[in-house]
Design a protein around this ligand. Structure first.
Ligand code: GLN
Length: 414
């Protein structure tokens, strides 16, 4: 990304150019300059601050389908990570001034300060429909002096970037040194109950917070950590986070997880973590045409028959058979079933091992902006760790049918 701070401000011309030649003219938003990435649409009507600070959006130009963005400003509490990760930002109508008691700054100012190039005044619902028809694709936002270059030149630049398929990105966004989130950091009064080793592939702040609120200490480890690093933590269970890029490139994490499964350590994965569990069990992954990004995706828990409304952000999916249980292609891991499925398109949304204390979901039970239907999954993981501790040999030996059905405080509130 290149920016021209101070050369052009809001009101200056900007253009969004898609790989297939479609272009949308609007006005500069945030920092002027050039942003290249994969154009994807996110349909959530709230939670834009959580969206832009989600590391899973690295190298993507996020199109906010909902037409009015920025009305509640930004604040220091809602950021999911240390910075904005979207490569570029596309909105229709940016709020002229934020209005919320928690607001500390306008979204426009925050984008500008962090050098994020955006475009406003474009019909984001039309762009969404286009991406639904044609699929997520390479794109560029050009504003300030860059917008004045010829369309042919800009299109060549858009096409010249690498595509998301085959892109390895988790290491780019991960913490480089381990850190610990204590239960007491989030109001837990008492000794920690368990310790989780969480591999940071693009982890969001809400995940350790969920663990902390349940009395679990999280040791966050860099993406390139080894099985020895995990063992050194003395963890009761292992977690793998969400993250950007193509899961087919995550060989190091797949091999780490196979060690964890061989050791029968409890495992929980979210999103990228679900794709890594799928691969560790021997399934493949593939790229979805336009992905799932929003906060109202209906998911069926196939074992209870309950439907959860979920927050999602994924462009890839696990290729596993819906009929099941089946023996994992990596046979030593025993039986596995697709535990959750997206009701819109039958995409795999969760995996459960039946002979190991391991499970994962493709969606986001930690999502801060909600919905919170799926927060019970953190309790399920804690049950696995409790069972492993009781059995005393570090192995869960739980059948998936024995998992907790106890409602969480969040569910009781609803
Ligand atoms: N949020 C995530 O973890 C996304 C995982 C992966 N990068 C995908 O797009 O499918």
């Amino acid at each position: 990304m290149t920016t021209h701070a101070g050369v052009a401000g809001a009101g200056a011309e900007a253009v969004l150019i898609l790989e297939d030649g479609r272009s949308f003219r609007g006005r500069s938003y945030g920092a002027p300059g050039t942003a290249l990435g994969e154009a994807v649409f996110a349909t959530g009507m709230t939670g834009y601050q959580e969206t832009i600070t989600d590391p899973s959006y690295a190298r993507q130009l996020v199109v906010q389908t909902a037409p009015h963005i920025g009305n509640t400003g930004v604040n220091r509490d809602d950021a999911e990570s240390r910075r904005i990760w979207v490569a570029g930002y596309v909105v229709r109508d940016s709020a002229r001034r934020p209005s919320n008691w928690r607001s500390e700054k306008s979204l426009d100012d925050e984008l500008t300060e962090q050098g994020v190039v955006g475009i406003q005044g474009v019909d984001t619902r039309a762009i969404t429909r286009h991406l639904r028809e044609r699929g997520a694709m390479k794109a560029g936002i050009f504003s300030g002096p860059d917008a004045a270059r010829s369309d042919a030149e800009l299109l060549a630049e858009v096409k010249g970037q690498r595509s998301m398929e085959g892109f390895r990105l988790a290491e780019e966004v991960s913490a480089t040194a381990r850190y610990v989130v204590e239960p007491s950091d989030h109001g837990w009064d008492g000794e920690p109950r368990f310790t989780v080793a969480a591999l940071d592939l693009g982890i969001k702040a809400m995940t350790p917070k969920h663990f902390a609120q349940r009395g679990v200490r999280t040791v966050v480890l860099p993406a390139d950590s080894t099985y020895d690093d995990v063992v050194a933590v003395g963890a009761d269970g292992v977690f793998m986070s969400n993250g950007p890029g193509d899961p087919s490139t995550a060989d190091a994490q797949v091999s780490l997880l196979r060690h964890v499964l061989d050791a029968r350590m409890p495992f929980f994965g979210i999103c990228f973590g679900n794709q890594i569990l799928g691969r560790a069990l021997g399934f493949g992954t593939y790229k979805l045409r336009y992905g799932h990004r929003g906060i109202n995706q209906p998911v069926l828990d196939r074992r209870t028959g309950k439907v959860e409304i979920t927050s999602q952000n994924h462009g890839f999916a696990v290729d596993a058979p819906l009929e099941g249980p089946v023996t994992a292609p990596e046979e030593r891991f025993g039986r596995v079933e697709v535990s959750h499925v997206c009701l819109n398109d039958d995409v795999v949304e969760g995996l459960a091992c039946l002979d190991l204390p391991a499970f994962s979901v493709q969606y986001h039970p930690e999502a801060a902006a909600g919905p919170h239907d799926s927060a019970y999954l953190f309790d399920r993981f804690i049950d696995f760790m409790a069972e492993a501790a009781r059995s005393g040999d570090g192995s869960g030996k739980l059948d998936a049918s024995e998992v907790s059905k106890a409602p969480t405080p969040a569910q009781e509130e609803n």
